[in-house]
Design a protein around this ligand. Structure first.
Ligand code: NAD
Length: 301
């Protein structure tokens, strides 16, 4: 595939808009669509060529990329009677970058295969900053040949590509990563709150942990204590970053994925409940590191 490959891009939210823009800038013939008028207008203002409907966006496309909130949206986009599958030509390649249930990814891929259309699941890691910078990690499930066809487009949006196995395997791997991340962030908040309750300075405690065995992305990059790291969401009122409710969704998917194979994920279940409590405390739209406020309330500063 060359860079003038025709790409229909569906879903221009926080992640999709910058990803579509990077493809457009790399020379791909992108036409994009979002159901939300404001998302569509925002992407258009940023320079992404847009269409008036999903079907119009994918008309004549060799690759269709979707970046939607969850399983329900992805199944509906492709499988509804007025969905995209019947409108796609045989030989089209679908690349779904949304984080969804592995079972949903497999269901849509099987339906697509029945029409002679390959689909890979390619959820991402790297957040909105990675989407804007074109440095996402793609975590892929599906056939090797399908990934090979998608690779030039993925390389325009990211810098790491991992092929995890057959259809659905990308989603399983993404959920494993985010389950570890969710539990690590929660326990890091718990540790910093414990230290602060004993009168320790959270910044010094964080600097010590960052070069000791408790180190992690949560201490070094996205520290949950305000003011410890200037660029972390905690230092700007927990705005931006990765939303509590998206982490809650991913942990729910991880627990479901565990139950489907009889695996046990006790810390994943516990973490899911903590992010659920954080949502009930009114912080669903804030960065997930705000989970620390379950321990600190307004004692931070
Ligand atoms: P978002 O809610 O900002 O954007 C999703 C967009 O999809 C919305 O604009 C919505 O209007 C649109 N949409 C829904 N159904 C549609 C349809 N049928 N046709 C056209 N548009 C439709 O979400 P986001 O933050 O961009 O995340 C997208 C996916 O990426 C999620 O699965 C999320 O878990 C995952 N993800 C997000 C991040 C992050 O930091 N935000 C990081 C990694 C992965």
């Amino acid at each position: 595939m060359t860079s003038n490959t025709r790409i229909g891009f569906i879903g221009l939210g926080n992640m999709g808009a910058p990803m579509a823009l990077n493809l457009h800038r790399a020379g791909f013939a992108v036409t994009a669509f979002d159901l939300s008028e404001s998302a569509l207008a925002h992407a258009k203002a940023e320079g992404v060529p847009v269409a008036a409907s999903g079907r119009e966006a994918v008309d004549g496309a060799q690759i269709v990329i979707s970046m939607l909130p969850n399983s329900r949206h992805v199944e509906s986009l492709y499988l509804d009677d007025d969905g995209l599958l019947p409108a796609l030509a045989q030989g089209t390649l679908i690349v779904d970058c949304s984080t969804i249930a592995p079972a949903s990814a497999k269901k849509v891929a099987e339906a697509a295969q029945g029409r002679g259309i390959d689909m890979i699941d390619a959820p991402v890691s790297g957040g909105t900053a990675g989407a804007a910078a074109g440095t996402l990690t793609f975590i892929v499930g599906g056939k090797e040949e399908a990934l090979a066809r998608a690779r030039p487009a993925l390389e325009a949006m990211g810098k790491n590509i991992f092929h995890m196995g057959a259809s659905g395997a990308g989603q399983v791997a993404k959920l494993c990563n985010n389950m570890a991340l969710g539990a690590i962030m929660a326990v890091t908040g718990e540790a910093l709150a414990l230290g602060a309750a004993h009168g320790l300075d959270p910044a010094t405690l964080s600097r010590m942990m960052a070069v000791s065995t408790g180190r992690s992305w949560a201490t070094e990059v996205c520290n949950p204590w305000p003011g410890v790291l200037e660029n972390a969401p905690a230092s700007r009122g927990y705005s931006g970053g990765f939303g509590n409710d998206l982490m809650l969704k991913d942990l729910g998917l991880a627990v479901e994925a565990a139950m489907s194979v009889g695996a046990t994920v006790p810390l994943g279940e516990l973490a899911r409940n903590l992010y659920s409590l954080n949502r009930r405390a009114g912080r669903g739209a804030l960065d997930f590191s705000s989970v620390i406020q379950l321990y600190t309330g307004d004692r931070q500063g």
